[in-house]
Design a protein around this ligand. Structure first.
Ligand code: CS2
Length: 471
C-alpha cells in the first residue's frame, strides 16, 4: 500500500523506487548492538554504517535504539516497522534510502528497567552512544542515561553475559576515555564492579563526522515525494561521512570497515583535527552568523569576508596546533570542510550549533588558543570567536532581536552577566571567570583578554557583519 497518507513500513517496501529500498531485509538480523540516543545524527551515521556492514558481511548486529527522553521518534519508528529514510543531499542531487538496521526501540524514560535488561542480554556485544557533549560531566543533563548504562553493566556482570564494547560517538577529544572515567566514578564504591568492568568492558575512542541538521518539515516533504509514503523519522544529511574507530572490541563488532569506517589503534590525531577544524569553525561561524541574523552556516559563510576570516583562523591559529594523522593534509582538509559548510542544500541552523556553547568551546576553541599561546603566538581570530560567544550569550542579535541561550550553564552565565562591571571589559572579566569554560591560564592571559575586549567592543558597536567586512 502506498500513497502520501500511507506510512513507511514493510507493506510499503515493494512499492518504493528500487534505489530507495533498504540494503537488508527488515528484521532478518538478530540484535547485537544497543544504541543510546535516537537523534538525527545516529540515524544518518551509525545506523547507516551498521546496515552497510550487515549487507556486506552479514552477522546479527541489528540495533536496538534507546530514546532517552522524547517519545516522538520512538513512536514514529514503532509505527513504521522500525524503518526510516536518510536523504543525502549534495548541491544538485539528493539520494533517499530507507534503512532497516533497527531491530527494536525502547523509550528509556518509560521503561528504564527494559534498558538495563537489554544491556545484560548476552546477544548484545556492542553499545554505541550519541548523548552530546553535556553528558560527559558528572550529574550532566543526561546523567540518567549514563546512570542506566552503569546499572546495565552491573546487571551484565551478575548475569555473566560476556564482555562488551561501549563506544562513545560524541564530539569530545578522547571520548572513550572520558566515558570510562565517568562510568568509573559512578561505581567508585564498588570494587567488584570496577574489576569486572576493567576485565570485560572496553571504551573505544571514535571520531565521528557527518553534517546532519535538525529535521525540518521540508525534509519530511522531500522524503514523502520520493518514497510515495510518509516517513515521520526521516533525516537529511550531507553525502560526506567519516568514522574513525579505535579497534578494541572484546566480543566482536559489525564489519564497519566494509562500510568505509577506519579502524585504528589511536583516534587522537583524528579527534583533534576534526574537533578543532570542523567543529571549531562551525561554532565560530554559528555565533557570528547568529549575531548577524543569518539563519544557516551556508548563509553566514556568504557574508562579506566570512570565508576569509575562517581561512585565517584555520591557517594561522588552528593548523599550527595540529599533528595531523598520517597521510592527511590538514590544510586541504580545512578547505574541504568550508566547502561542505557552503552546501546550499544543507540548512544547518546557526542557532542549533550555537547551543551548549559552554560545553563545546573548550574542545573546539579554548584548547587551540592555549596551545597557540604556549607557542608564543597571538590568537586574534580565536579571540574574535570568544568575543562573539560573549556577545551571543547576552541574548540580543545585532538587529535587536532576542537570541535564545540554550546551555546547561545558562544560569551561571546569566548571573555572571548580571553582576558584571560596566562595558565590554566588565562582561569579558565576568565571563572569563567561568572556570568550566576558560581555565585560569586562559583567563589570566592579559594579551588575550585585551584582544577579546577589543573585539567585543567592535562587535557591540558595529555588529558582526560589519566586523567581518572590516577585517
Ligand atoms: C555541530 C556538529 O551542532 C554542532 O555543534 O558542530 O554537530 C557537527 O555538525 C558534526 O560534528 C559534524 O560531524
Amino acid at each position: 500500500m502506498t500513497g502520501p497518507r500511507a506510512l513507511l513500513g514493510r507493506t510499503a517496501l515493494a512499492g518504493l523506487p528500487a534505489e530507495c529500498r533498504p540494503l537488508i531485509e527488515p528484521g532478518a538480523a538478530g540484535p547485537g548492538v544497543v544504541h543510546l540516543g535516537l537523534g538525527a545524527f545516529f540515524r544518518a551515521h551509525q545506523a547507516i554504517y551498521t546496515e552497510e556492514a550487515m549487507a556486506s558481511a552479514g552477522g546479527d548486529w541489528g540495533i536496538v535504539a534507546v530514546a532517552p527522553r522524547s517519545r516522538a521518534v520512538h513512536d514514529a519508528l514503532r509505527a513504521q516497522d522500525l524503518m526510516f529514510a536518510v536523504a543525502s543531499t549534495a548541491a544538485r542531487r539528493t539520494d533517499v534510502r530507507v534503512v532497516a538496521a533497527l531491530t527494536g526501540v525502547v523509550h528509556a524514560a518509560g521503561d528504564p528497567d527494559g534498558v538495563v535488561a537489554l544491556l545484560a542480554d548476552p546477544r548484545i556485544r556492542v553499545v554505541t552512544l550519541t548523548l552530546t557533549e553535556k553528558a560527559y560531566v558528572p550529574a550532566g543533563e543526561t546523567a540518567v542515561i549514563t546512570g542506566l548504562l552503569t546499572r546495565g553493566l552491573l546487571a551484565r556482570a551478575r548475569a555473566d553475559a560476556g564482555p562488551l564494547a561501549v563506544v562513545s560517538c560524541d564530539n569530545l577529544p578522547g571520548n572513550g576515555a572520558r566515558l570510562r572515567e565517568l562510568i568509573g566514578r559512578t561505581v567508585r564504591a564498588d570494587t567488584r564492579a570496577q574489576e569486572w568492568i576493567a576485565g570485560n568492558v572496553t571504551f573505544p575512542g571514535t571520531t565521528v563526522d557527518r553534517i546532519v541538521p535538525a529535521v525540518t518539515p521540508g525534509t519530511l516533504d522531500l522524503v514523502r515525494e520520493r518514497l510515495g509514503v510518509t516517513d515521520l523519522a526521516a533525516v537529511r544529511a550531507e553525502p560526506y561521512r567519516q568514522w574513525i574507530i579505535e579497534d578494541a572490541f572484546p566480543h566482536g563488532r559489525p564489519a564497519w570497515d566494509r562500510a568505509g569506517a577506519v579502524l585504528t589503534a589511536d583516534t587522537g590525531p583524528y579527534d583533534e583535527l576534526k574537533l578543532r577544524t570542523l567543529n571549531g569553525l562551525h561554532s565560530s561561524l554559528a555565533y557570528l552568523g547568529a549575531l548577524a541574523g543569518r539563519a544557516t552556516i551556508a548563509e553566514t559563510l556568504a557574508l562579506p569576508q566570512a570565508r576569509v576570516f575562517a581561512e585565517l583562523l584555520l591557517a594561522e591559529e588552528i593548523l599550527p596546533t595540529l599533528t595531523p594523522p598520517e597521510g592527511i593534509d590538514p590544510a586541504a582538509y580545512g578547505r574541504s570542510v568550508l566547502d561542505r559548510f557552503a552546501n546550499p542544500a544543507i540548512h544547518h541552523r546557526t542557532l542549533q550549533i550555537a547551543t551548549d556553547g559552554s560545553h563545546k568551546l573548550p574542545a573546539r576553541i579554548v584548547r587551540t588558543v592555549l596551545d597557540r599561546r604556549a607557542q608564543g603566538a597571538p590568537t586574534p581570530w580565536a579571540a574574535l570567536v570568544v568575543a562573539a560567544w560573549m556577545r551571543f550569550v547576552q541574548g540580543t542579535a545585532d538587529d535587536g532581536r532576542p537570541l535564545p541561550l540554550d546551555d546547561p550553564l545558562a544560569d551561571r552565565i546569566r548571573s555572571a552577566l548580571a553582576t558584571a562591571g560596566p562595558g565590554p571589559a566588565g562582561v569579558v572579566a565576568a565571563l572569563l571567570d567561568l572556570r568550566a569554560v576558560f581555565p585560569s591560564e586562559f583567563a589570566h592571559d592579559t594579551t588575550l583578554r585585551k584582544l577579546i575586549v577589543g573585539w567585543l567592543t567592535t562587535l557591540t558597536r558595529r555588529g558582526a557583519a560589519a566586523t567581518l567586512a572590516g577585517m
